[in-house]
Design a protein around this ligand. Sequence first.
Ligand SMILES: [Zn+2]
Length: 157
Amino acid sequence: MNMQSVVKIHEKVLGKIMRLCPPVPPETGGFLGKRDDLVCEFEFDSGIVQLNRGIYKPDSMRLDAFMEKWNDSGISLCGILHTHMAGQESLSIEDRKFIADIMRLNRQLFQSLYFPIVIPKQGIYFYEAQRKVDRIEIVKQEFISCEENVRQGRLNQ
Ligand SMILES: [Zn+2]
């Protein structure tokens, strides 16, 4: 395991994700923010209601609002997660299309973004989209939960 690519997530954020993501319906989601290299924020988002409920579509107005709010505290958007039903730990074809769209629309903004899948009451599975010269690569990532950002000591300020 390459330690540099391991996602570091605050244990409180992990707890909040597992607490707020409902078992039904699937395909709700939320936004992840990070400061330095620690995932330190999560905001639940039930998404835009669609006729076809097959895929989570973030509420982009809320997303913009949080990005702005976080920006003031030095936090940047680092991922968009969504829920699946048990047994579906991997990204669907629609999920991969959605990820490609997000990365294409925000070419200047993001070199990489996390797109975790949350199975409520079970766990979280981290995927990272990385911008390469000629394509977007999606890789599965390990994560560790951290109590404090010891190096910076700036959490819970
Ligand atoms: Zn999905």
